[in-house]
Each structure stands twice: as C-alpha cells, then as structure tokens.
Design a protein around this ligand. Structure first.
Ligand code: PNS
Length: 178
C-alpha cells in the first residue's frame, strides 16, 4: 500500500529541468554563483554554451565547455552542453521548463526583460527565472575580465584560477602573432 502510494507520488513529481544559457566567454565567478543557486533550486541544470561565431568569441565552444565542466563536476545534477539556433527550441528538445539568467544591476534588466518576453512569445510554456549573484560579483562581467586580462591586470577573485590561466595563455599567444 505504502509502496503503491510512493510510486504514484514519484510519477506525479515533475522533474524540473532548468537551462542556464550564455556565452560564458569566459566563465566568471558571477556565473558560478548563479549556477550554484540554480543547481540548488532545480532537479537538473544544464549549463548551455551558445554557438555565437558572429560575436567573435575569444574562446571556442569546446574551451568554454571545458571551463564549465569544472563547475558541473562539483554537482550531481549539473551537466554542460552547447546549442545553436533558438534557445527555446533547444530547451524544448531538452524538456526544460525553466531558463535561468543572472541579473546584476538594473541596467541588465531591460535587455533581459526583452529577451524573456521574446522567449515567452516563442514558447509560452517555458519560464525565465532571474537569479541575483552575491553582491561581491555584481560588477563582474566576461567583457571586463577579458579586458583586464588582455591589459595585464589581475583577474583573480573575478574568475577561477584555471580561467585566469587560460586568459593569460590566449593573450600571450595573441601578442606573439601581433
Ligand atoms: O551570455 P550572453 O551572451 O548574455 O547570452 C545570451 C544568450 C545566449 C542567452 C542569447 O543570445 C540567446 O538566447 N541566443 C540564442 C538565440 C535566441 O534564442 N535568440 C532569441 C532570444 S531573444
């Protein structure tokens, strides 16, 4: 009887799959903070790197996935993937019901709202959830981490040590070819 009840409960428990999409070019401590919060909230979390050649990313999709893999391996319910095309189509294929986006200052909100409403229009069953990283990360962005590193500044505390190392390597080899 008890067992039967348990089975029914399990069947009714809808596993909430969330996708945290982004460029992650490169991964920052702000992304990690948001990913950790999302991993605690949802049954399964997919960190999804976008194929965005038009944005001229510094790191390849494979490199960005490797950086994310280090984070994912700390959690039993987090995996890393990549996608191209419409995010909502990818989310539907993955049976995900939630899109995670991190917002920092109010300045992020306008673009994020526009994107969330467009995604809702395209696929009304998928909800966007905004998470705020800790205030220590509120000014960290991939763009600034890249710029500081390119100009020889110290990015420790803003991105994992392995990312800082990859950045130094990138900019060292860029200088050699200049
Ligand atoms: O880290 P980013 O660059 O802010 O991430 C932006 C991302 C990848 C979430 C966004 O560009 C995206 O969803 N791209 C896929 C194409 C798409 O679905 N566009 C319509 C949404 S408005």
């Amino acid at each position: 009887m008890l067992n039967g009840l348990k089975t029914v409960e399990n069947q009714n428990h809808h596993k909430a799959i969330a996708i945290y999409p982004g460029s992650f070019d490169p991964l920052t401590n702000g992304h990690i903070d948001v990913a950790e919060r999302a991993a605690r909230l949802f049954d399964h979390l997919i960190l999804a790197v976008v194929h965005n050649p038009a944005k001229n990313p510094l790191f390849s999709v494979a490199e960005r996935m490797e950086m994310l893999q280090e984070v994912a391996s700390r959690f039993p319910n987090v995996e890393v993937d990549s996608f191209e095309g419409l995010l909502v189509n990818y989310a539907t294929a993955k049976q995900a019901s939630v899109l995670i986006r991190g917002i920092r200052a109010i300045s992020d909100y306008e673009y994020e709202l526009q994107m969330a409403l467009m995604n809702r229009r395209l696929q009304p069953e998928i909800e966007t959830v905004f998470l705020m990283a800790g205030e220590a990360h509120s000014f960290v962005s991939s763009r600034m981490v890249k710029e500081v590193s390119r100009l020889g500044g110290d990015v420790s505390g803003l991105a994992p040590a392995s990312v800082a190392l990859r950045l130094r390597e990138k900019f060292k080899s860029a200088q050699r070819t200049e």
